[in-house]
Design a protein around this ligand. Structure first.
Ligand SMILES: O=C(O)C1=C[C@@H](OP(=O)(O)O)[C@@H](O)[C@H](O)C1
Ligand SMILES: C=C(OP(=O)(O)O)C(=O)O
Length: 422
C-alpha cells in the first residue's frame, strides 16, 4: 500500500489504540493460567494476532467476541510442534522460554525483519536451564526442547529487555526460591510492565533495582478479567501531530501507565508544546517549538515520533540511545536519517547520539517505510507540515502495531489517500 499525506491542520479527538506490549503479555499470562481469562479492548495489530495464534498452538483456546476475547487454557500443552511469531520481537523472545516449559521439541519461526534479528541469547542461556536450543547462526528458525528448569542465572540485558520478559514470565509458572540476575538492563520500564501484568495474574516477583529478580515460594498464574490499556507508543505520533500542526485530544491513555513511551510527554514539554493532562486524556496544542535534549535509551520506540517533532523545532535536537535502534524492524537510526533526508531534514549520527537539525522546513517527497511501522508513521506526521504532499511507500507496515493509524490521522483532520500497490 502506498499512502499520500498532504499538509494539513490537525483538530479533533481520538481514542488511543490498544497497546500491543500489554496485549501480548496478557495473552502469554492467559496461556500460563489454568482457566478462562477475559481480555477486553483486545488489540488487532499483527503482533497481537500472532501472539494469539502462538498461544493457540501452545494449548489455549481463544473465543473471539466483538468486545472481548476469552482465552481458556490448561497451561502450556502444545497442540503442534511448530510456532510462528510473525514479525514480533517481543513475541518470539517472550514465547520461546514459555514454549520451553513443555517437554515437546518445538520449532519456532517468524517472518520479515524478524528473520534477521539476533536470537543467539537463547543458545547461550536456555541450555543453562536444561533446554536444548539450536539457532541458525544466532538467527531463526529456532529449535528448542525443554522442559525448562528454573535456576539461579545471570544474564546480559543490554541488547534487549525482551529476553528477560520471556524468562520472567516462564519462571513465574514454575520457579521456587531462585533469582535471575541481570547486567546492564536496557528498556527498564518494559520490565515494570511485565511484572505489573504478572502480578495482575497472581504472580509476584521481587525486583531489586532491575538487577536481581527474586522468585520466592512457588506461585501459579490465575485467570483474570483484563482490560488492555491504550498505547503510548502509538499515541506519541498523534500527540506530535497535534504539537506541530494544530490541536487534539487523545483519550484512553493512562498517565500512570508503566509503559515506557509515556515519556513522550517530557519531550513535548521540553519542546514547548502546550499540554493539559488528565489521568486518561491529554489535550495538546501547537506552540512555538524549540530544540530539546532527550535520552531515549529506555524508550527506543520513541525515536521516530521524536524525530518528527524535532524536525519542526528550531535548532538542533540531541537524542541519546541510537545504538538501541540497530536491531529493530529496520536499523532505525540510519532509516530515519535517510527518509527524513529526502524531506529536507538533516540528521547526524554520532556514536550513541542523534542530532536532528530542525526548523529548516520539510519538503514534499516520496519516502519508503523500509517495512518498518514506526518509520511509516513518523513520515506521515512529518508530512503534515511539509510544503507539498509526502508519499509513503510500503505504508501497510503500520499493521504491525497500529492498523488504525491512518484512520485516526484522518479523524484528526489530516488529508490521507491510499493506493493499493499490486
Ligand atoms: O517488551 C516490549 O513490549 C518491547 C520492548 C522494547 O524492546 P527492547 O527491550 O528490545 O528495547 C521495544 O522496543 C519493543 O517495541 C517492545
Ligand atoms: C521494535 C518493536 O517491536 P518488537 O521488538 O516487539 O518487534 C516496535 O514495536 O517498534
Amino acid at each position: 500500500m502506498q499512502v499520500t499525506v498532504s499538509p494539513s491542520v490537525i483538530k479533533g479527538t481520538v481514542t488511543a489504540n490498544p497497546s500491543k506490549s500489554a496485549m501480548q503479555r496478557a495473552v502469554a499470562a492467559a496461556l500460563l493460567s489454568k482457566g478462562k481469562t477475559i481480555i477486553r479492548n483486545p488489540g488487532l495489530s499483527n503482533d497481537c494476532l500472532a501472539a494469539l495464534e502462538v498461544a493457540e498452538n501452545l494449548g489455549a483456546m481463544v473465543r473471539r467476541e466483538a468486545s472481548h476475547y476469552e482465552v481458556s487454557s490448561k497451561g502450556v500443552e502444545p497442540f503442534y510442534d511448530e510456532i510462528n511469531c510473525g514479525e514480533s520481537g517481543l513475541g518470539i523472545r517472550m514465547f520461546t522460554p514459555i514454549a520451553a516449559l513443555s517437554s515437546l521439541g518445538i520449532s519456532i519461526n517468524g517472518h520479515g525483519s524478524l528473520t534477521t534479528r539476533p536470537m543467539d541469547f537463547f543458545e547461550q542461556v536456555l541450555p543453562l536451564l536444561d533446554v536444548e536450543c539450536k539457532t541458525q547462526q544466532g538467527k531463526l528458525p529456532l529449535f528448542i526442547k525443554g522442559p525448562l528448569q528454573p535456576k539461579n542465572i545471570e544474564i546480559d540485558g543490554s541488547l534487549s529487555s525482551q529476553f528477560l520478559t520471556g524468562l520472567l514470565m516462564a519462571y513465574g509458572a514454575v520457579a521456587e526460591n531462585v533469582t535471575i540476575t541481570v547486567k546492564d538492563l536496557k528498556s527498564k520500564p518494559y520490565i515494570d510492565l511485565t511484572l505489573q501484568i504478572m502480578e495482575l495474574f497472581g504472580v509476584k516477583v521481587e525486583n531489586e533495582n532491575f538487577e536481581k529478580f527474586h522468585f520466592g515460594a512457588r506461585q501459579t498464574y490465575k485467570p483474570t478479567d483484563y482490560s488492555v490499556e491504550g498505547d503510548w507508543s502509538g499515541a506519541a505520533f498523534l500527540l506530535v501531530a497535534a504539537a506541530v500542526a494544530g490541536k487534539a485530544e487523545v483519550s484512553s491513555i493512562n498517565i500512570h501507565s508503566a509503559q515506557s513511551d509515556k515519556a513522550i510527554l517530557q519531550a513535548l514539554e521540553s519542546a514547548g508544546a502546550q499540554l493539559l493532562s488528565g489521568v486518561f486524556t491529554i489535550d495538546i496544542t501547537k506552540a512555538p517549538l524549540q530544540s530539546f535534549t532527550f535520552d531515549a535509551t529506555d524508550c527506543p520506540d520513541l525515536f521516530p515520533p521524536l524525530v518528527a517533532l524535532a524536525a519542526n523545532c528550531h535548532g538542533t535536537t540531541k537524542i541519546y540511545g541510537v545504538s538501541r535502534l540497530a536491531h529493530k524492524e529496520s536499523d532505525r537510526g540510519v532509516t530515519l536519517q535517510k527518509e527524513f533526508g529526502k524531506m529536507g531534514i538533516r540528521i547526524t549520527l554520532n556514536g550513541d547520539e542523534m542530532l536532528v537539525h530542525g526548523g529548516t522546513g520539510l519538503k514534499g517527497a516520496v519516502v519508503d517505510s523500509h517495512n518498518d511501522h514506526r518509520i511509516a508513521m513518523a513520515c506521515a506526521v512529518a508530512a503534515l507540515t511539509a510544503d507539498a504532499p509526502v508519499t509513503i511507500e510500503r505504508a501497510d507496515a503500520i499493521n504491525k502495531s497500529y492498523p488504525e493509524f491512518f484512520d485516526h490521522l484522518q479523524q484528526l483532520g489530516a488529508q490521507v489517500s491510499e493506493v493499493a500497490v499490486p
